[in-house]
Every structure is written in C-alpha cells, then in structure tokens.
Design a binder for this molecule. Sequence first.
Ligand SMILES: *[C@@H]1O[C@H](CO)[C@@H](O)[C@H](O)[C@H]1NC(C)=O
Ligand SMILES: *[C@@H]1O[C@H](CO)[C@@H](O)[C@H](O)[C@H]1NC(C)=O
Length: 202
Amino acid sequence: MWVSLLVGSFLVFCTSRTQAVCGTTPPVWRNNNITCPERAVCADVFKTSRDWYNGTRCEEQRTLHNCLCPGGTVCPYTNSAHRVYASAQHLQYICRPVCQVPYCGNLQLRTTDRRNPLNVAQTVEQNAPEFGSRSYYRIDCRCPRHHVPYVQPPGVHRAVHVHSHIYDYQHHKYTTRFVCTTRANENSMPDPCAANHNIDEQ
Ligand SMILES: *[C@@H]1O[C@H](CO)[C@@H](O)[C@H](O)[C@H]1NC(C)=O
Ligand SMILES: *[C@@H]1O[C@H](CO)[C@@H](O)[C@H](O)[C@H]1NC(C)=O
C-alpha cells in the first residue's frame, strides 16, 4: 500500500513533468472529487523552475486536487490563509484557515507512549475508512517551517520529517506520522497566528 501510494504519486508527478510546459498547467482532479476528511490536504501545488539549458528558465506550477471541501466547494488553493509550506517549492492547502489548526509549539506532551510522540505535525493515512479506503495527508499541527520555509540551497528542506509508522491490524489502516523539522532556535519561534504576529506571506 505504502509502495503503491509512493509509486502512484511519483508517476503522477513524473508523467506530468515529462511534458515541457511553462506557466500554470491545468489542475489534476484526484480521488473522484470525494469530500476531504478534517484537516486533509485538499490540494498540493508544486512550483518548479525549469532550466532549458539554452540560457533560459521558466517557472512552472502544477496543482493536484486531492478532494473537495465540505459542501462540494473547490479547495481554496490560491488563498494563502489556507496554505502551509511542505517546502519552499511544495505548497499544501486545507479547507479551513490554517490558523484554526493548533501550533505544534503550543501543544503539551500528550503521552510518553512511543506511538504517540510529542506533537505529531502531519499524518499520512493509508486505506483510511474516512476517505473511502484511500490515502490522504492530514495537518495535525503547524510547524514553524509550515509558515516560513527554509530556502537555503542545496536540497529540499521540508517542514516535517517521518517519525514513525503504525499498522492498525484491526482496521487494516497504515499510518505514517511526521514531526516538525527544526534547526537552531526554531522551537522558540512564536506562533505566527498569535495576536501581534503577522503571518509571513512569502
Ligand atoms: C472535480 O471537480 C471539478 C470542480 O468542480 C471539476 O472541474 C472536475 O471535472 C471534477 N472531476 C471529476 C473527475 O469529477
Ligand atoms: C530554449 O528552449 C526552449 C524549449 O525548446 C524554447 O522554448 C526557448 O525559446 C529557448 N530559448 C532560447 C533563448 O533559445
């Protein structure tokens, strides 16, 4: 299941990337437009800079819609109030404003259970009953880098990294949990959604 999700996403991404296109490409509608579970990532936007190796580059933007928001409305994939940065090049959108999601740094330790680590920031649910036995990403709490992506080259700097995998034998559900990626001083970054702090827009 995990492999098929990865391969599936990879194929979607790669087949679409084989076409040489600049600008914004038509959105891809996935999962038959079923309704998003709570805090599911309803759309992924990938921004790339294509190098033609002839002295020119061009910017490209691809959008994958994973599900529709409650009421059948299209994911607010152009509204920055609904956006987190998975990385500087990968934007994720949720149906509700992101400031309604808790800030990971404000959460208390829930339990000392290894399977319930402190402040799970993001979860991938596979074979999820609440999503027609399909797979989806969920934002559980906001990380500092969800607001302000780390942009120093080289490499892709993601806001979260894998913490653990859990298989629920009873429900045949596979869960991958992610926690915030943090470097020096980021843990003490105040909640950008809190009063007197403006959300950094870029
Ligand atoms: C999904 O919804 C969008 C927006 O309403 C629509 O343009 C698209 O055709 C739908 N796709 C499918 C497969 O139903
Ligand atoms: C570079 O190559 C692309 C793709 O073939 C082409 O669209 C573009 O015009 C080229 N630019 C220059 C400066 O030759």
